[in-house]
Structure formats: structure tokens, C-alpha cells
Design a binder for this molecule. Structure first.
Ligand code: NZQ
Ligand code: ZN
Length: 370
């Protein structure tokens, strides 16, 4: 809620050791004044501050290893992650890598072992949408291996979500976050299995759409921003995935595209989703029709196939309303056909999807997205 930092942070800081790493991104927190406010609170709590900025969007493994090294050198007791999904994810891996018995990437992807220890950390979220504050997974780019994937890190001790921080986020960036949030819902909803989780999911998706439309009309309304922020946390708490096999095919394609282009996660998902759904809707048209009715309020006239295609059209138009693009070139990504082929060959293929895609179909989606 509003004022969460002043209300909660001092008591949380009283529980942790004397050396605190203040981890952040490219500097937005300095421009908004949050950095100064946090430094004051840390100093008042008697902490020694280790400044660690420059965690970029789509954080790299190299950068988090640098952070982990500093944590050990400076004997950091606690990390405060201040930023969006990238900073939060970066810190999850800094925390785990600092205490891992060996290289974390090797440990997870070669030995299939996952971190059991880590440096404790807390989160002050300045951009919502990823829901990164609610889980221990981190989207990390391994530049040497040309691979972006989910790495298992540590959970935060607490997350402070003050929607007033969203007021300074550039409009298109926030729209990307809103779409990312809806994407997490859809990737779960259109996975295999039908149960009460789907009904809960529909309520959250409808709330995202309604509040996103309201936000376009009243971008400074903190109540609307608060709803969008909380929607994002609910989805990534995993509760909507209970009883389901999640899809996350669009995420797998996007992550690998990102390894080659460093694109904005939510913006690229907005290009990929409608193309993917056009391809797979035939497998479960009734589910897409139901999605159209409950999330976009479409009527029930016409065949179930027609309703399914109207639902995908409604999604497409929602993307437009958010001000997001329909192609990678509109997003400013220039990518060769050769690279798209590599992305299609190397991305993950989902086991929980309505239908398993072939690599050729992934390439078709990427090519149509150009
Ligand atoms: O770096 P700074 O200067 O802080 O600027 C950031 C960045 O340029 C800016 N920003 C953040 N808060 C702001 C602000 N600007 C003004 N005012 C504020 N209050 O916004 C830009 C984007 O930030 P970033 O953290 O990169 O965005 P987002 O929150 O969308 O995070 C994207 C990352 O999260 C991963 C993505 O793959 C991507 O790497 N994801 C993490 C997930 C998870 N852990 O559960 C799930 C998602 O599916 C996703 O994969
Ligand atoms: Zn996402």
C-alpha cells in the first residue's frame, strides 16, 4: 500500500545484520528520489550500505556473479532489491550464488541441484507485472551460452508494494508489465486441465482488463494502479496453477528471442500471444470462447469456432488499446531469418500446452511476428 516503505522497512531492517547491499537498476530510483529516501532509512537503522547499481533489464549471469562476489567480499548480511522484475530476479540469483557450493549455473543445469541456502533479501517493487516478488525463479541471460532461462534462486523475506511508484514508469513500459501479467494468467489458463483455478483465473484476468482500460483513462489513479499491482502478485503466487499443467510456450519463445535481441519481455509477449493462439485455438475452441465471454464480455452467438476467433481478436484489440505493438519490427527489433531459425531450434517446447508445437510452427510464429 501507499507509504509501505516508511511503515514497514524500519522494523524489517531491525531484524537484519549491519551490512546491507542496496541493489538497483539503471538509475530510475535516483531520479525518483527513492534512492535517497532508502539511504536515509538505512543510515537511521545504523547500516553500512554497499551500493550495487546497474542491474539491467534482462539481467545477465555475469552481472549477478559480480554481485555475489561483492556480497562475499563485503560480508553482506542482507540485500535490499529495489526495482522491477529484472532487479528482483538479479538479486534472487546474487543471494543464491553467493552461498552456492559451486557455480550456480553448472549446479542447476548440469547437476540438476538447486540452492538450499542464500543471503536473505527484501524487495521494494517499483514496477509490477512480472510478479517476480512472489517466487524464487529468475529470468537470467547467460550471454556466453546465448540462453535466457528461468534459474532457481531464493525467495525474498518481504516485498513492499507501493503503487505510487508506478506513477513514474513510462507508459509503454507499464503497459508491457500489464500484458506480461495477463500473459501469466493466459499461459496458466490455456494449459491442460479444467478446475476451479480456471474460474479464479478468469476473475483475475477480467480485473486486469478492466483496470487496464481504466488506467488508460486515468493514468494517475493510484487505486487502479494498486489493483494492477496486486493482480500481478496474485498470479505469480502460483495459486492459479494448482490443478493445472501450465503452458508457458509463449514465454519460452520470448525468452530465447530475448537471448538474441535483449527485447522487452512484455512487449514481445504481446506480439507472440495472438499468433500462437491463432495456431492452437482449433485444439480447444470452447476454452477460447469461454475466455472471450468471461474476460472480454463477448456474446455467445455464433459457432464455438467463431467465438474462439472473436476472443483472439478481442485480445489483439486489447493489445492495441494498451499501446503495444503487433510486430517485432514495430518494437524496433531487427532480427534476421537465420536468428529466428536458431531461436526456434533452441527455445523450450512446453509439455503442458493444449497442443505440443513443432519447431517449424515456432518458426512460423516468429516469422509472422516480424
Ligand atoms: O533500471 P531502471 O533505471 O530502474 O529502469 C527500469 C527499466 O528501464 C524502469 N523502471 C522500473 N521502475 C521504474 C522504472 N522507471 C521509472 N519509474 C519506476 N518506478 O523500467 C525498465 C524495465 O524494468 P525491468 O525490471 O526490466 O522490467 P520488468 O519488471 O518487466 O522485468 C522484466 C524481467 O523480469 C523477467 C523478464 O524475463 C525480464 O528479465 N521475468 C521474471 C519473472 C519472474 N521472476 O517470475 C516472470 C516473468 O515472466 C519474466 O520472465
Ligand atoms: Zn512474463
Amino acid at each position: 500500500g501507499v507509504g509501505g516503505v516508511e511503515k514497514v522497512l524500519p522494523q524489517e531492517l531491525s531484524k537484519v545484520g549491519p551490512t546491507v547491499m542496496l541493489a538497483y537498476g539503471g538509475g530510475s530510483i535516483k531520479r525518483t528520489g527513492l534512492y535517497d529516501q532508502l539511504c536515509t532509512l538505512l543510515q537511521q537503522a545504523g547500516k553500512r550500505i554497499i551500493d550495487f547499481g546497474g542491474i539491467t533489464s534482462n539481467p545477465t549471469y555475469e552481472k549477478v556473479l559480480e554481485g555475489a562476489q561483492i556480497v562475499n567480499q563485503e560480508q553482506v548480511d542482507f540485500i535490499l532489491a529495489v526495482g522491477g522484475g529484472s532487479v528482483v530476479d538479479g538479486v534472487k540469483i546474487i543471494a543464491a550464488a553467493a552461498k552456492a557450493p559451486k557455480d550456480l549455473w553448472e549446479m542447476e543445469f548440469e547437476d540438476h541441484q538447486f540452492p538450499t541456502e542464500g543471503v536473505p533479501f527484501g524487495i521494494v517493487l517499483t514496477l509490477s507485472g512480472t510478479g517476480a516478488e512472489m517466487n524464487a525463479l529468475a529470468g537470467i541471460t547467460n550471454e556466453a551460452q546465448k540462453r535466457k532461462t528461468a534459474v532457481v534462486g531464493r525467495y525474498g523475506e518481504f516485498s513492499i508494494l507501493d503503487p505510487t511508484y508506478l506513477l513514474t514508469v513510462p507508459e509503454k513500459q507499464l503497459a508491457a508489465g500489464i500484458f506480461d501479467n495477463l500473459s501469466h494468467c493466459m499461459e496458466t489458463y490455456f494449459g491442460r486441465g479444467n478446475c476451479v483455478s480456471d474460474d479464479m483465473n478468469e476473475a483475475v484476468m477480467e480485473n486486469i482488463v478492466q483496470n487496464a482500460m481504466a488506467w488508460k483513462q486515468s493514468p494517475q489513479d493510484v487505486n487502479i494502479l494498486g489493483n494492477l499491482m496486486w493482480d500481478s502478485s496474485i498470479v505469480q503466487s502460483s495459486i492459479l496453477g494448482l490443478g493445472k499443467d501450465s503452458d508457458f510456450q509463449c514465454h519460452s519463445i520470448e525468452h530465447q528471442l530475448c537471448a538474441y535481441t535483449n527485447c522487452c519481455h512484455g512487449m514481445a509477449l504481446a506480439v507472440i500471444h495472438p499468433l500462437y493462439y491463432k495456431l492452437v485455438a482449433k485444439t480447444a475452441p470452447e476454452k477460447f470462447a469461454r475466455f472471450g465471454q468471461t474476460v472480454f464480455g463477448l456474446d455467445t452467438s455464433g459457432s464455438v469456432e467463431e467465438q474462439a476467433s472473436q476472443a483472439i481478436q478481442a485480445l489483439y484489440e486489447f493489445i492495441e488499446t494498451l499501446g503495444l505493438d503487433h510486430s517485432f519490427s514495430q518494437m524496433g527489433i531487427s532480427v534476421s531469418q537465420e536468428t529466428l531459425k536458431t531461436v526456434a531450434q533452441t527455445c523450450g517446447i512446453s509439455n503442458g500446452a493444449l497442443r505440443t508445437l513443432t519447431r517449424d510452427e515456432v518458426l512460423q510464429i516468429l516469422t509472422e511476428g516480424l
